[in-house]
Ligand binder design. Sequence first.
Ligand SMILES: [Zn+2]
Length: 241
Amino acid sequence: MSFFFSGRSNKTFKPKKNIPEGSRQHELMKHAAATLGSGNLRLAVQLPEGEDLNEWVAVNTVDFFNQINMLYGTIAEFCTEHTCPVMSAGPKYEYHWADGQTVKKPIRCSAPKYIDFLMTWVQEQLDDESAFPSTIGVPFPKNFSQLAKTILKRLFRVYAHIYHQHFGEVVKLREEAHLNTSFKHFIFFVQEFSLVDRREQAPLQELIDRLLEREAAQNGAGGASGRSVRPTGGAAAASAY
Ligand SMILES: [Zn+2]
């Protein structure tokens, strides 16, 4: 299940990643869902007392993948070779796909192709038991933190593309509150554990600033964001993978 979307649209882009019931991560996920229900995202993202940071990052990464999978799934029909011939986040940011392993030379491709590469790659990492062990007692690999950072950095780009190129469709589908809440949760999470460089967040910096200001104004009240939050242009140059 996903923290925000249970019972809503079942449209997903890729198959949903399930965390097996009875696993330790499933318990953590239930804990996270309960904490999120309180509406205070700042508190909800914090590492629960006595829990392992890697487990916490893993369970949340799986959930963000599922959320983004569903958010992109709802607008995927509008994201085509024709509407989005390059993977971009506004006019100033363009992304070229490379995974650093099988694809080393960045490929300039359409957004649907890029997002397909990206989500398939993330899915492969999440399904890899040696990278994301689901069994209690199986240790996380030494490079887990780096891998999680790369996954989250790439997932951010799907939010950035949705906000910049498809926000109108999101509004028409009345999904903007979900998009905003999901993105705010993501940002609070990656900021809490310094998982995505600020430089990588630049395409949505103004939106992030506004979400944070709003949160500060609400004095930690949290909850779904309003309907007027939308992105504006970024400020710097294109980025490769
Ligand atoms: Zn698109």
